[in-house]
Design a protein around this ligand. Structure first.
Ligand code: PLP
Length: 406
């Protein structure tokens, strides 16, 4: 792997100051910073070949369409999908989950059917299923978690039955960092012919993803969580499902033939890509994938594990701090509270020290309810963070404690 100062210099924003202090960016779970190559690629679209894709016969449109489809192939290879037909571009994880919940619901869900999610879900993997349950008269079942923030696998097995139509779980909890045993979850569901959708929003950026080995039926993620632009995401689905599901949205490009009497739909993946797609975002995502592959996925994983170990030791060494999510299998996220200091107060003081952390429920209110709290402070790290930054966070927390002790 490149040395850390070279990596950091790939990300222009990391060298900026906040309140005249060097920025310490620990909000990577919310969104990641962008390397110069992604910014350049975005710029290149608008200065060299901006034109709508799949529509024109002119040179610019041809080039834009070609680059967009190249990006699809990069995503396909990155997640090891079987074919490009299985890779649909969306607006992000939320857009992808809404697509699955709507289309799967329309096709397969009836009154009294059950959908299983876990207690660790982000709101994006709760609300679309609730909306679908409301429309269809279906029931949402929730896998409970223990005090360490792990799902209770035996309880999951008990929830599976012949009314279960789909399981939708996150790969990694954004609020606590817990890695879920998705392979085992999928295996158990498949033994009863139940499909599984995996929310990869927090899984995609921390190591290699192989949807074929995982054997998930759907896998969704957002570009902005892996160093790509916002507004682009991916819905991977096995062909057998995608070809069977009705489209989510209607409009240009998703159709084969339109008359007032009857419309037929385009082939996969275009059936699920209605309207002008975010092709600059998709192209940026392709470049971001090239970038992280050039760093090496194993090295990224190793480095982030080291950061997690270092941060856990440093932060848990402060006796006023309580860490939420204490499983052995977690990604580089530390979710914590400091004594009885409100997370917003602590977050604001840290901000004045140049340290960006996330405060609040992290769009996972049920997780907070489970622990009887109204939020946490979350430091989410990635490969461009350093142990020096973790030390600054530690010192910052100690300053917060002193300040509120007065
Ligand atoms: N799922 C998880 C686990 C997340 O962490 C997030 C965002 O933080 C989402 C879904 C929603 O992602 P987006 O807002 O990019 O659609």
């Amino acid at each position: 792997m490149k040395n850390i100062s070279d990596i950091r210099s790939d990300f222009p924003l990391l060298s900026r100051k906040v309140y005249d202090k060097p920025l310490v960016y620990f909000d990577n779970g919310a969104t990641t910073q962008k390397p110069q190559c992604v910014i350049d690629a975005f710029n290149e679209v608008f200065t060299e070949y901006n034109a709508n894709i799949h529509r024109g016969v002119h040179a610019l449109s041809d080039r834009a369409s070609e680059e967009y489809e190249k990006a699809r192939e990069k995503v396909r290879s990155f997640i090891n999908a079987g074919s490009r037909e299985e890779v649909i571009f969306t607006s992000g994880t939320t857009g992808s989950i809404n697509t699955v919940a709507f289309s799967f619901g329309e096709r397969f869900i009836n009154t009294g059917d059950e959908i299983i999610i876990s207690h660790l879900e982000h709101h994006a993997n709760i609300v679309p299923w609730q909306m679908m349950c409301d429309r269809k008269g279906a029931i949402l079942k929730v896998i409970p978690i223990n005090d360490r923030g792990e799902i209770l696998f035996d309880e999951y097995l008990k929830l599976l039955n012949n009314r279960t139509k789909i399981v939708a779980v996150t790969q990694v909890s954004n609020a606590l960092g817990t890695i879920l045993p998705v392979k085992e979850i999928i295996k158990a569901a498949h033994s009863m012919n139940i499909p599984v959708m995996v929310d990869g929003a927090q899984g995609i950026q921390h190591g290699a993803i192989d949807v074929a080995a995982m054997d998930c039926d759907f896998y969704v993620f957002s570009g902005h969580k892996i160093y790509a632009p916002t507004g682009i995401g991916v819905l991977y689905g096995k062909t057998k499902w995608l070809s069977d599901l009705p489209p989510y949205q209607g409009g240009g490009d998703m159709v084969a033939n339109v008359t007032f009497e009857k419309t037929t739909y385009n082939e996969l993946p275009f059936k699920f890509e209605a309207g002008t797609m975010n092709f600059p975002g998709a192209i940026g995502l392709g470049v971001a994938i090239d970038y992280i592959l050039s760093l090496g996925l194993e090295d990224i994983e190793k480095r982030e594990k080291e950061l997690l170990v270092y941060a856990t030791e440093r932060i848990s060494g402060i006796k006023e701090v309580k860490i939420y999510g204490n499983t052995d299998r977690k990604i580089s996220i530390i979710s914590f509270l400091i004594n009885n200091i409100h997370q917003y107060d602590a977050g604001m003081v840290l901000d004045k020290l140049g340290i960006a952390v996330r405060t609040g429920t992290h769009c996972a209110q049920p997780v907070m309810d489970r622990f009887g709290i109204d939020g946490t402070i979350r430091a989410s790290m990635c490969f461009y963070n350093t142990t020096e930054e973790i030390d600054l966070l530690g010192t910052g927390i100690e300053k917060v404690i002193k300040m509120f002790a007065k």
